[in-house]
Design a binder for this molecule. Structure first.
Ligand code: PLP
Length: 443
């Protein structure tokens, strides 16, 4: 053990792998063993490792201008170019963007933009935010209040009531359905719950609804087909903004440019990080509608300065690498190719539906989860995460990196550049790991 305090730890954890280098979609540990990176790191290394163009863009930027900030009226070309390129891509009207360094800080920024915007238009009471159960929005103090996973709030005195975070159902049919309920009845019930929550709190007090179009960290939940249509209609009815947290689903992950496109959402705000730079450097983006931005300009003198900004907002190195990443996505048609590979991945993964341990295979495009269950017939879940951890370790033994999520689901989120042959390799290794896990469960 080194002197490192590891993230998301019980402090007693021991290291299981020391990653020494990466190349393409593979990483190698310090003993030289090769692993197929089936998680793109943490849902982020979309263009894989050792990409010569990204390395060159970073090197060139470091040589030209290693740092500049955006305070006191200062700017730089690479930051402005990235802002213009990104805002031209997103499905937000006349989009404007604020840069940070992580998905968590992007969501914190959005909370402040919401507060400032509604104060600017004379509606400061419109400040509550509806978030869902089983959601993940990060771990900074404010973002952890949005997150709907107990592990990120327990022991920290969170959520902070003053932030006004309200909680509504997760669109997770398998784990949320009541006895005998069909999928459409499930959607009707949870969207009726959403509307009831809005009415009981008072629509005039609610600023926004935040959702990952497809949840990642809490088990890759793909909502039923008509869920978002119903949610968006309710939000429109009560003048509540749709805030899409696309930190995982952005940039070709779900079979389209954005998760919002895949799920038919028209967002007012979007949060990005991870694949914005293919994880070569930390950068995040908080995107809002142009008219929200415009409304904040005028009364600035009345409200005072928007007192929020990071030393590393629009860091030139991060902007240069993100700009090159977006250029590669566009030039190499990365999203369309990933959509085709994703269709193949989803088809092949569903071959595991017959496996005695598999309760459900979920996913779309290049993101998926295999839920392992204690009883295949009833869908009964395992009581703790032990089986999920065993299965992920078994994958690792066979040279595949997966990730246990939501207890006993195994997540997959391979780099967008993964080929069909490499998908076959994932399936082969996963099959061996599932068989090892079955033997473990049957012991
Ligand atoms: N939002 C979503 C949907 C995420 O999946 C994550 C991280 O996985 C975050 C926010 C937080 O991002 P970060 O870990 O960069 O702070």
């Amino acid at each position: 053990m080194s002197h490192m305090i590891y993230p998301t730890t019980n402090f007693a954890a021991t290291e299981t792998m020391n990653i020494a280098r990466g190349d393409g979609i593979y990483v190698y540990d310090n003993h030289g063993k090769q692993y197929l990176e089936g998680m793109s790191g943490l849902w982020c290394a979309s263009l894989g490792y050792n990409n010569a163009e990204l390395i060159e863009a970073a090197t060139r930027q470091m040589e030209t201008l290693s740092f500049a900030h955006m305070f006191s009226g200062k700017t730089h070309d690479v930051g402005m170019q990235l802002a213009d390129t990104l805002t031209a891509m997103v499905p937000v009207d006349d989009a404007r963007v604020f840069f940070g360094s992580s998905g968590s800080d992007a969501n914190d920024t959005q909370i402040k933009l919401l507060r400032y915007y509604f104060a600017a238009i004379g509606k400061p009471e419109k400040r509550k935010i509806i978030a869902r159960e089983r959601s993940y929005h990060g771990v900074t103090v404010a973002a952890a209040c949005l997150t709907g996973l107990p592990i990120n709030q327990a022991n920290f005195d969170l959520p902070i009531d003053a932030l006004g975070i309200l909680r509504t159902d997760a669109p997770h049919y398998l784990r949320g359905k009541q006895d005998g309920e069909s999928e459409s009845q499930f959607v009707d019930r949870i969207t009726a719950n959403l509307e009831a929550l809005i009415l009981s709190e008072g629509p005039e007090t609610i600023a926004a609804f935040i959702a990952e179009p497809i949840t990642g960290a809490s088990g890759v939940i793909v909502p039923p087909a008509d869920y978002y249509e119903k949610v968006q209609a309710i939000l429109n009815k009560y003048d509540i903004l749709f805030w899409a947290d696309e930190v995982i689903t952005g940039f070709g992950r779900t079979g389209n440019d954005f998760g919002s496109t895949t799920m038919g959402i028209k967002p007012d705000m979007m949060s990005f990080a991870k694949q914005l730079s293919s994880a070569y450097v930390p950068i995040s983006a908080s995107v809002i509608r142009g008219d929200m931005y415009a409304a904040m300009i005028d009364p600035c003198s009345k409200l005072g300065v928007f007192g929020h900004g990071y030393t590393y907002s629009a860091h030139p190195l991060a902007c240069a690498v993100a700009l090159k990443t977006l250029e590669i996505y566009e030039r190499d048609n990365v999203f369309a190719k990933a959509a085709a590979t994703g269709t193949y991945l989803q088809t092949r993964l569903r071959e595991f539906n017959d496996h005695p341990l598999v309760g459900e295979v979920r996913g779309t495009g290049m993101i998926a989860a295999i839920e392992l269950v204690a009883n295949k017939e009833t869908g009964e879940a395992f009581k703790d995460g032990k089986v999920g951890y065993f299965a992920a370790n078994a994958c690792q033994e066979h040279g595949l990196i997966s990730r246990p999520v939501a207890g006993s689901s195994l997540a997959l989120c391979p780099p967008l550049i993964t080929t069909a042959t490499q998908i076959d390799e994932i399936i082969e290794k996963m099959g061996k790991a599932l068989d090892d896990t079955l033997a473990f469960v049957q012991q």
